[in-house]
Design a protein around this ligand. Sequence first.
Ligand code: NAD
Length: 481
Amino acid sequence: MQPWFDTDKVFIGGRWQRCASGGTLPMSDPSTGREIGRIARGGAEDIDAAVEAARKALSGDWGRLTAVERGRLLARLGALVLEHADALAEMEATDVGKPLTQARADVTALARYCEFYAGAADKVMGETIPFQQGFTVYTLREPIGVTGHIVPWNYPMQIIGRSLGAALAMGNACVLKPAEEACLTALAFADLARMAGFPDGAVNVVPGLGAEAGAALTAHPGVGHVSFTGSVGTGRLVQTAAAANLVPVTLELGGKSPQLVFADADIGKALPFLVNAGLQNAGQTCSASSRILVERRRFDEVTERMAEVYRGKLAAPAMSDRDLGPLISARQKEIVTGYLDLAGQGQRVAEGRVAPDAPDGGHYVAPVLLAGLAPEDRLAQEEIFGPVQVLLPFDDEEEAVVIANGTPYGLVASVWSADGGRQMRLAKRLRAGQVFLNNYGAAGGVELPFGGTGHSGHGREKGFEALYGFSSLKTVAAHHG
Ligand code: NAD
């Protein structure tokens, strides 16, 4: 895997350049633990330069483009993403450790975000408002200005697509700080934007550490909106930093998302969703379904059927494209195994395997299915961010809702039941930004607004809704007698 661009540079004002300090950070392959290259260690000076370049873009070529023209650039970018699909998938698989098929799906998602926001760019309209005699009143949706984007390592392409796609469609100029653990496709995105013809400064990418480049971006007085996807702890820091500048933030944080399986559900249909929603990307997914709530009458049956699937699951190097890859880092593996140590032997209902020939330096954890825990146990409450799911029984709808809503999170939930009335009741009662009825995740639909409540964050990305978040509404009241 050899990227077509230099990986150890920052992309500012349409140019690849060394970061101000000249420092670099190692990039490693989670499948082997080996260093595969270096990235720039961008810092406050680079963020200053990127924000300045973005500001210039807004008052220059980028700011002069019409919505149609911005849409065309995004469409071209989407086409370039598809043309580079193999290289992008290989980069993401190597950098993140996700099986190649999952990395390919992320490429498709990135292209879809570009396509969706390309089509949406010229369809964001204001309103005319009936008002007093002698007035004409209307609203304008305008770009906010410079938007800051901080993304995590688990789905770089998808999150860059949803966040920058919408921000660019609205005419903002973006500064992206990717995660230090997985930067490659963020850098590729910058270069594809250059090839697509985005004016200098519309897209800027500054890799670096969270506490350095990330903190500098969130605290920068020239940034008008911060979109952050990551952990609750960092989200708190980001919101606090942005508050000093009184700018809005979108926080896309973690979850402990439940699937509720009622006795009248089609278990055969549900089964692959119950498991895959927990194990996709080795469980390192914000919207992973890590709690499976099952009506007691069918609890043993669902447990046994899930256990059987688990026993067949294999964690292996990303490029061998099996069920799961490794975790992102040795530290993440330590966190996940630390959680698993909390479970008693009898609570480990079933386990998958690590491929016997998986390299020793890789960060592999075999998937584990847990049962026999109380809903208040840490394993059933905290985001583990690994291939671990917890089964919990319930006796009736009321108890299911109490357990489902009984964590500080509220990102995603699903209901498996044939009863239409119950589906509608629970869609309202479940505390989550997305509720799925007889499915989970709706194949990631880029069209569907996404975001959380409580500790899962606030604000919405994806879909048309994101365009409102990345714009500023102006009311114009004309008095003409
Ligand atoms: P993290 O919070 O450690 O890091 C995320 C990003 O924030 C990285 O780019 C990092 O460099 C940066 N960062 C770190 N410290 C910072 C600081 N002080 N100021 C500014 N930026 C800083 O999260 P992570 O461990 O990389 O990602 C996993 C978490 O992300 C999980 O909790 C997961 O649920 C969440 N996540 C949420 C979504 C969503 O859409 N809701 C999607 C993916 C991941």
